[in-house]
Write a protein that binds this ligand. Structure first.
Ligand code: SAM
Length: 194
């Protein structure tokens, strides 16, 4: 299983905060949506082998961990990802991990806790950073996770902690959009048959 983890320090954490439809004002939810589209959509189908995680730290109720694995039971359209995220946020229930729609879960869980849980399940986690080791040279196992930041990257404190245990990986010498990074990672893994 391939995991893609999108972290945002500003993406909003309630359905109401997303309800006026202005995605840019909702903590750059537009970037989260573009990254998700590159993460799970294909030209004529979906990536059913990708678990996409959003970790949102914006107002009013951070942190929120949303996990989406597209299955044939989930009705989903590339044009409506904002509404999907809004519906999931609206259905959050304190103290539990709720399956809001088939394969779509929400819970309150910190960034570091999500990563620790994956590491405990022997998922190899990589943090995406311009200055990291080349993605093309990296050894990558089948159970893997790629952590990508939003327009502001990662908070300094979390980054320092993550870099102690995870390998930073770079896709190239430029600073790319988060969604471009997701597309390149997916393509590399596809070519390797991972
Ligand atoms: C638009 S960039 C963030 C820019 C932000 N100002 C910063 O300094 O981190 C969004 C995310 O894409 C990833 N990224 C961008 N360029 C990359 C590269 N060359 N290699 C690996 N990851 C990259 C990083 O995870 C980054 O947090």
């Amino acid at each position: 299983m391939r995991h893609i983890i999108y972290f945002s320090n500003s993406a909003v954490t309630s359905g109401k905060a997303l309800s006026d439809g202005n995605l840019m004002k909702a903590g750059r939810m537009d970037i989260a949506i573009h990254s998700f589209i590159q993460g799970v959509f294909l030209s004529h189908g979906f990536r059913e082998d990708v678990n996409f995680h959003f970790i949102f730290y914006g107002m009013p109720d951070p942190p929120k961990h949303i996990e989406i694995r597209v299955t044939p039971e989930l009705e989903i359209s590339k044009k409506d990802v904002g509404n999907l995220i809004k519906r999931i946020l609206y259905k959050y229930k304190a103290g539990e991990k709720t399956e809001v729609l088939p394969g779509c879960f929400i819970e309150k869980k910190s960034f570091l806790h999500v990563i620790e849980e994956l590491l405990d399940k022997d998922v190899e986690c990589f943090i995406l950073e311009k200055g990291g080791e080349s993605l093309r040279e990296a050894k990558i196992q089948k159970e893997c996770a790629f952590i990508i930041g939003d327009h502001e990257g990662f908070p300094r404190k979390e980054l320092k902690r993550l870099k102690k245990s995870l390998t930073p990986i770079s896709i190239g010498p430029k600073m790319y959009f988060a969604s471009q990074v997701v597309a390149v990672v997916n393509n590399e893994l596809d070519n390797r048959g991972i």
